[in-house]
Design a protein around this ligand. Structure first.
Ligand SMILES: [Fe+2]
Length: 415
């Protein structure tokens, strides 16, 4: 990997502490308690914007029969420019779309918190989706660009929600309707909204895998703060000049999981599908360690199982793309992995968080401004090259890295 902008500039100094303290004072108790809960605004319109889509592929079941692609109108397209993003508050101005549209991506991936639903009232959820659909930039993107989507907590239903959220079947249907999932799609029969697609011809196949980290997730484990509330604890750490992780601990429970067994079996099948590049679009950060917020590492058995699965299936070409955290960064893991793994986080399309949390695998500066991510693929020449990057709302590329596709292979074994 060639790092063209290799600057590590963590905002953990006095300025960052000042900004965090200011944030803590400015927001309501719920925000201060969790330090990062976004406030959504209810709209009044009804759910709309579900334009039709045409199937171009034969589809097999989710976890039976030979693995194949889920339906999508753009499966035949060779992807060379892919955009992605997360965390778009439907009640806010969303100027980032102009920069996204200017890149003319072949595909745009929505990685969750695509709206801030945060409700058990399905009329409110539908109204918020309608508010998002009415955002002119988003509407233009949907008219001009193929999209795929997964959800995170806020469009699943509530902040940091998991499998015990009582309205998950209703929100699942609303999600799939909003994102134009065809009525006969196997995705509609799953325990969640997970999906997998294969775009392009042999030699240029891009597999896009979108795991669902919400529908089956077992409860989070909170940090032991010795009786202190999180805000008091966080303030004390700030005052002591210590990093301030989020309120969650790694969950050592052997049954703790985000995916659930049925989805794990599905994912195993997907990693058997021939592909040249595999983009795993995760609503939560995959390699960041340890933020203390929701992430794969808060479910360490899932985290290890994912890496073991890549190794066991000899699944070449994996790049993780992620969202959720309200800033952009690149993470890398090159210990106990089949090959060097990268996780490019873009967050958010509207949401910003001024103080990055600890991340031992961070390999870049942190961009705490509205942004989106991209991955460009140069299929020409003797070796395929990828360019990963982060673009701000003004359309300026703020970080970028080049990766040889051939470097994303090796160390595995077939079983
Ligand atoms: Fe989230």
């Amino acid at each position: 990997m060639v790092v063209t902008l290799p600057r590590i500039a963590l905002l953990t100094g006095a300025l960052g502490q000042y900004i965090l303290l200011r944030e803590m004072r400015q927001h309501d108790p719920a925000r201060r308690m969790l330090l990062r809960q976004s406030i959504a605004i209810a709209g009044a319109a009804v759910l709309g914007g579900a334009s039709g889509c045409t199937l171009t592929a034969t589809v097999r079941g989710a976890d039976a029969g030979p693995p194949s692609s889920d339906p999508h109108p753009a499966l035949g397209r060779t992807l060379t420019r892919i955009g992605f993003g997360s965390c778009a508050n439907e009640g806010k101005s969303q100027p980032v779309w102009d920069a996204i549209l200017a890149r003319q991506s072949d595909l745009f991936m929505f990685l969750g918190d695509n709206i801030y639903g945060d409700t058990r009232d399905m009329a409110v959820l539908r109204a918020k989706y309608a508010q998002f659909a009415a955002q002119s930039g988003f509407a233009r993107l949907r008219e001009t660009t193929p999209v795929v989507a997964i959800w995170d907590d806020h469009d699943f239903g509530e902040n940091d929600a998991g499998g015990d959220y009582p309205m998950k079947e209703e929100t699942r249907r609303i999600f799939l309707d909003f994102w134009n999932e065809p009525s006969g799609s196997p995705r509609r029969d799953r325990d969640g909204v997970y999906a997998s697609y294969v775009f392009g011809p042999p030699g240029k196949r891009v597999q896009v895998i979108l795991p669902d980290l919400r529908y089956n997730r077992t409860p989070l484990l909170k940090l032991d703060l010795a009786g202190a509330d999180y805000e008091t604890w966080a303030r004390a750490r700030l005052a002591a000049g210590l990093p301030v992780p989020g309120p969650y601990a790694r969950n050592p429970d052997l049954k703790a999981t985000m995916l659930g067994e049925r989805q794990w079996h599905w994912l195993e099948r997907q990693l058997e599908v021939p592909a040249d590049l595999r983009l795993i679009g995760s609503s939560l950060q995959v390699l960041a360690d340890f933020t203390g917020w929701e992430a794969w590492v808060t479910y360490p058995r899932d985290h290890q199982r994912l890496i073991d699965l890549i190794r066991r299936k000899n699944a070449n070409g994996v790049v993780f793309l992620s969202g959720d955290i309200h800033y952009a960064e690149l993470s890398k893991l090159d210990v106990n992995v089949p090959y060097t793994l990268w996780d490019l986080t873009s967050s958010g399309l509207t949401e910003e968080w001024p103080v990055p949390t600890p991340n031992a695998n961070r390999m870049s500066e942190v961009l705490p401004e509205a942004n989106f991510g991209f991955i460009d693929i140069d299929w020409q020449g003797p070796s395929t090259r990828l360019t990963l990057g982060i673009v701000d709302a003004a359309g300026k590329t703020r970080m970028s890295w080049d990766v040889e596709l051939a470097s994303l292979a090796g160390g595995g074994r077939q079983t």
